[in-house]
Write a protein that binds this ligand. Sequence first.
Ligand code: THU
Length: 140
Amino acid sequence: MTDISADQWQSLKEHATEAMRKAYVPYSHFPVGVAALTDDGRIVTGANIENASHGVGLCAECSLISNLVMTGGGKLTAFACVDGDGERLMPCGRCRQLLFEHSAPGMLLDTISGIKTIEQVLPDAFGPRTLDAYRRNHTT
Ligand code: THU
């Protein structure tokens, strides 16, 4: 786990709020912005991007993960999510899974109930190691 300073949390929250203003939300009118710190010191952001075919709308976290991969990859070490008022918001279940795949062990989240790790908000997660373990036992 990488501890981050109050200033760094503030900066992540500001980046998330700025990203939130770019959300495309003509259907829910519920903008979401996210920002995360990477293990090589970048800040990546995202906003939700909805669609007339409602089920294919993208959560803000999808947009952040795309930005992460397209700007050099790496692992996320700290994450913040805000709603349209710039208030803390919990990532939905699907997005916790998305974040888990790209998180450094112990990635921190600024949650509505304090700073938590990714393992705390997605206990006993299914992930790449689950697949690796299965493959190890089934190679001929
Ligand atoms: N939303 C996100 O972008 N991330 C979350 O973690 C929670 C929900 C979006 C999806 C949809 O565009 C809007 O919030 C209302 O559900």
